[in-house]
Design a protein around this ligand. Structure first.
Ligand SMILES: Cc1ncc(C[n+]2csc(CCOP(=O)(O)OP(=O)(O)O)c2C)c(N)n1
Ligand code: SF4
Ligand SMILES: [Mg+2]
Length: 292
């Protein structure tokens, strides 16, 4: 007697919707995130952006580190690589360098990106490797059950700061601008329409694009980065902001009390791939046999 094998993690309703073409780019795996987590809006945002841009599934890769956010590749129907804690960017850089035709999207959390993986961001930005980095900032370590992270607010009480976090948070936007990022934007999981447009714009940029996504962890932070607080704090990028003006972008990044949503900065300059092509051409010219 044969026993019917039912695939695990398959949600039949989701499969129906996906096969009808309405939710192309969603995988059959149902997200394992807590109900209400901001990350649901990000997975929807990426799948909408992929639809809008008609990205070929077999030419697109999503690379993550470790964290609740880094489970992301399971939930999209694209090539995926769930790597090691903090190592999404080196792996994404390697993938893009090996096959320049791929669209490569790195994803991860504030702990993954700015604690253990913090050393990699500067190099990806300065090299201008042509990948997109979606950073899900919930100001806490979600997966390991609520420890203080590099972007936790002063005063946040967590399991590792039982007398409230005394440290000032990093300012990721200001850091990226000083590292030489060529596209920088900010979005909020509570504004899904704006978020999906920002994801598409970040992917469309040629060079290293960094999208900072503010997102509540509804399970381990009940006081700081909540939907209510963030909803009251966020604002549009002021009208008249010139996204080619680095100093104006830096000034905007300093206002962390009222985080601005939109495009902070962009710049056109050669990518890492362009630089390698140019070096290869020079090397070929140097070693070419002389013709007379
Ligand atoms: C080398 C190593 N150190 C520590 C851990 C434990 N760890 C797993 S995820 C994580 C932090 C995740 O926080 P974040 O990147 O903010 O993701 P979130 O869960 O909030 O989405 C830590 C410390 C690990 N998996 N590997
Ligand atoms: S623990 Fe926090 S970050 Fe992780 S899935 Fe739950 S709400 Fe989201
Ligand atoms: Mg986090």
């Amino acid at each position: 007697m044969s026993i019917p094998i039912k695939p695990v993690f398959v949600d039949e309703k989701l499969r129906e919707v996906q096969e009808s073409g309405r939710l192309a780019y969603r995988s059959h795996a149902l997200p394992t995130w807590c109900p209400g987590c901001g990350y649901f809006a990000i997975v929807e945002g990426l799948t909408h952006a992929c639809n809008a841009m008609n990205l070929p599934r077999d030419q697109t890769a999503v690379v993550s580190g470790i964290g609740c956010s880094s489970r992301f590749p399971f939930f999209v129907d694209l090539y995926g690589f769930h790597t090691l804690h903090g190592r999404a960017l080196p792996v994404a850089t390697g993938i893009k360098t090996a096959n320049d035709r791929l669209t490569v999207i790195a994803v991860g959390g504030d702990g993954d990106g700015f604690a253990i993986g913090g050393g990699h961001i500067a190099h990806a930005a300065k090299r201008n490797v042509d990948i997109t980095y979606l950073l899900f900032d919930n100001g806490i370590y979600g997966l390991t059950k609520g420890q203080t992270s590099p972007t936790s607010a002063v005063g946040l009480r967590t399991s590792t700061s039982p007398f409230d976090n005394p440290e000032r948070p990093l300012n990721p936007l200001l850091m990226l601008l000083s590292y030489g990022v060529s596209w920088l934007g900010q979005a909020y999981a509570g504004r899904p329409d704006h978020l999906r447009g920002m994801i598409a714009d970040a992917i469309a940029h040629r060079g290293f694009s960094y999208l900072h996504i503010l997102s509540p962890c509804v399970t381990f932070d009940k006081t700081s980065r909540t939907y209510v607080n963030l909803g009251l704090q966020v604002r549009e990028i002021p009208e008249g902001h010139d996204p080619t003006d680095l100093m104006a972008a830096m000034r905007l990044a300093q206002d962390t009390d009222q985080p601005a949503l939109g495009l902070f900065y962009h710049q056109k300059r050669p990518t890492l791939g362009d630089t390698f092509d140019e070096i290869a051409a020079r090397a070929r010219a140097k070693t070419a046999p002389a013709t007379d």
